[in-house]
Design a protein around this ligand. Structure first.
Ligand code: NI
Length: 395
């Protein structure tokens, strides 16, 4: 059985190139679904590494690569996912490899995720004799706009996969540390539209119309009772109206108002019930106030619920490669969402956090940088997870 020491020495050889790759990606970021150059760059790197199969243009600019082990004890397939897209933010820091694309930058660190997975590919290609089964590398487009993962799955990304893992670079955590959690990791994210049709009139004579702004305000208030009075106090539920558009002038009561909002939760039961509760409240208030309601609910992405066995495996690998003191148990899930959840509909899996720096600015801010230091620990983790899962199976 290969030792972690041997794997670490291979990762050490590969790291400078992986760091250069990250800097290149950081310099040339591309927005969701426009990752054409990024995808060709990844493809070229994978061709240089030499994979057993390579599929491009999956679900847009996605890439699926395969590395097969040459041992034959058992056959399992592990998928590892990296997202490749950037965000519409103007970068403000003065890095030598600062984004040259105006208004676009890797503010979520997907440059890091992609370079870590390319480094993992390079490491595992050298380790083929050390594992059986295969590793499927998923380079996913359009994570930020939520949609890439579902399209990758439709393109066969998860066919025959036994487990799936991903990491997210995490500011506020030192490089060389990971954050893990079994169970709920990230929330679902769904959206709704509420259109209130009242009756417009002169503002001096409100009794001649039906004021959709007053009705909308009642709905905004009433929706707050869902998390406080209709869901268990120990459940995390977010129902927020985030847009409220109505009216054009001081002296006109408008004919209609439009609300938009987000709904987040951590359990399938809440996810199923929340649209019913929201619609019931909006319907009741509109009826009481003589307004008409148009209600639309859009299912977005599900919860990321980390599988116990796969997460335990990550813990063990983390302790082996990074040291037990660097495997941090996360106290609570995030109410943010990740389209990684889509892969977990096909196989158990886990997403863990990878420390990028204690003083790093937050994700999605104009000075964020994944940095060079987290690259090697990321590759060690992915390679270690692959070897352990394929040779020994889930924990
Ligand atoms: Ni991200």
């Amino acid at each position: 059985m290969i030792t972690s020491r041997k794997v670490k020495s291979i990762v050490e050889e590969i790291t400078p190139e992986a760091q250069n790759i990250r800097r290149h990606l950081h310099k040339y970021p591309e927005l969701s679904d426009l990752e054409e150059e990024t995808a060709s760059y990844i493809e070229a790197k994978l061709r240089m590494i030499g994979l057993d199969s390579l599929e491009t243009n999956v679900g847009g600019h996605g890439i699926i690569g395969t590395i097969k082990g040459t041992r034959s004890e058992n056959f399992r397939r592990l998928a590892i996912r990296a997202d490749i897209d950037a965000l519409p933010i103007q970068e403000t820091c003065d890095l030598p490899y600062k984004s040259i694309h105006t208004g676009v930058m890797h503010a979520c660190g997907h440059d890091g995720h992609t370079s870590v997975l390319l480094g993992t590919a390079a490491a595992l290609a050298k380790l083929r004799a050390e594992f059986s089964g295969e590793v499927r590398l998923l380079f996913q487009p359009a994570e930020e706009t939520v949609g890439g993962a579902v399209r990758m799955c439709a393109g066969g990304a998860m066919e025959g996969v036994d487990a799936v893992v991903a990491l997210h670079g995490w500011p506020g955590m030192a490089p060389g540390r990971i954050g893990v959690r079994s169970g709920a990791m990230m929330a679902s994210s769904d959206t709704f539209d509420i259109i209130i049709k009242g009756a417009g009139c002169h503002a001096a004579m409100p009794h001649k119309g039906i004021d959709p702004i007053v009705v909308g305000s009642m709905i905004v208030q009433a929706l707050q009772n869902i998390s406080s009075r209709e869901c268990s106090p120990t459940d995390s539920v977010v129902v927020s109206v985030t847009c409220f558009n109505a009216g054009t002038a001081y002296n006109i009561i408008p004919g209609s108002a439009e609300l938009k909002g987000t709904v987040r939760c951590l359990t399938a039961e809440n996810r199923k019930d929340l649209p019913i509760k929201i619609e019931r409240i909006a319907t009741g208030i509109c009826e009481a106030m003589r307004a008409e309601l148009v209600f639309k609910y859009h299912l977005g992405i599900g919860m990321t619920i980390n599988d116990q066995g796969t997460t335990d495996l990550v813990r063990v690998v983390g302790a082996e490669y990074l040291g037990a003191e660097n495997v941090i148990e996360l106290d609570e899930p995030s109410m943010g969402a990740e389209d990684f959840a889509a892969y977990m509909e096909y196989a158990p899996g886990t997403m863990f956090r990878l420390g990028v720096g204690v003083n790093t600015t937050n994700l999605h801010t104009p000075a964020y940088n994944f940095g060079d230091e987290a690259v090697a620990p990321g590759i060690e983790m992915f390679a270690g997870i692959a070897l352990k899962f394929l040779n020994e199976g889930p924990e």
